[in-house]
Design a protein around this ligand. Sequence first.
Ligand code: ZN
Length: 511
Amino acid sequence: MNASSTPYAALDERIGAINDVLNAASVLVWDSRTMMPAGGAASRGQQIATLTRVALDMLLHADTARALDTAEAAAQQTAPEDPRRAMVAQVREALELHRRVPAALTQQRAALRTEAQAAWIEARARSDFALFAPHLKSTMALSREHADCVGWSGHPYDAMVAAYEPGETAESLRRLFAELRAGILPILAQARARPPARRDFLFRDFPEDGQRAFGRWLAAQLGYDFQRGRLDSTVHPFEVSFTREDVRITTRYNRNFLPASLFGTAHETGHALYEQGVSSAYTRTVFATDLIGLYAVGGTSFGMHESQSRLWENHIVRSRDFWRLHFARLQAQFPAQLADVDAEGFYRAVTHTEPGLIRVEADELTYDLHVMLRVELECALMDGSLGVADLPGVWNETIRRDLGVTVPDDARGVLQDIHWSTGYVGSFPSYTIGNVTAAQLMDSLRRRDAGLDEVIARGDYAALAGQLRDAVWQHGRRFTRDEMLVRSTGRTLEAGPYIAYLRDKYAAAPH
Ligand code: ZN
């Protein structure tokens, strides 16, 4: 049968065109964060907003609805496992969701985002929460309105988190976080009881050229394909893809803190391996398009995406085996700076644990406590049980309770993250879900292949990449995160393997 005459052809073409538009918007985003002069910011913001609106208009167009009806009728005749069923179901879900949200509300939220972000930048610079408070109040009110349009049953937060982690709710997260907290706090106490590792050498002078050379070697070593990607520098590192054939990463070179670019590059490489590994059959399809968030991406949820970055960053590169094998190469790159440290000393320095104020600087053991705090607070702000005016007080109190540190000012407290100013309410859980998912995947891969650790310890990462490609990458957005976890580990998301991983790595005395 000729492709153009199948009952899916019209829908495929519409989704393909929407994917093209969203990829073009992503190119503009990449440029704005790497190459664009500061003066371009205002008009670039308009250009990206216009392309996103064009994509939404194309989705809501009567031709899409007609094409979807035809495709749905045909998909009903296929076998239950046929990917066509998931394809039409995903388009239907996105279409219905966007129809429930009035265009005026979406515009109001976009306008507020611009205002709120400007207010947040100023508030943070002056460390004055009061400047941001009214914008946060409006953000939460509009988020609540959006949630009511989308629909929810347990908690309004459920509608927000669903955009990032379909299936998660305020209640499911409360249970997950309680289990994690109970598992992590005793490990943290044990890690803190040990004498601190020596770290002075991490803060020496590391010229950018050397960091870049090592970073490029590192990305290639983990399997990143430079024929279908490039590595640039930026202020806030990110990964972005314009189909699987062009997947770009960025990193930040801090001349006086080597780990920033080392682990940042490993992290973004993990995201990129996922995107480069999506099946080529899914290019320009709904399995490479987030039609709800209106974003061209191959990964299935934010948490699943984050699991791939965390897996390579923490399970592979932040491991004793990795530095036992590769520290000599890093030392050769920086012979004077790293003359008085060995592989074991370097490993201990980069797994040093110390509760701090800033989420993005947090180590593996304390990171999730920062995330839990934010999720707890954004839930309470959305349901009205916490007023915006009381937010800094509760924030500071919780940080003291969980981490034992005192917040000196709002800039290093409640104002540190950009998320709330951009309206990304509900995105924080994905960071922790990424950590949990990474450990669950690694645990099941090891059970299935007893020799995997030995192969990884030899510096051969292709076997791991192959298994992750089979279990996760190739499927793009065809399956949900939990569907994929069940297929590959036999279980939905569970905290146990992550807690066990942290205990092995941080509670045990150094050996
Ligand atoms: Zn990430």
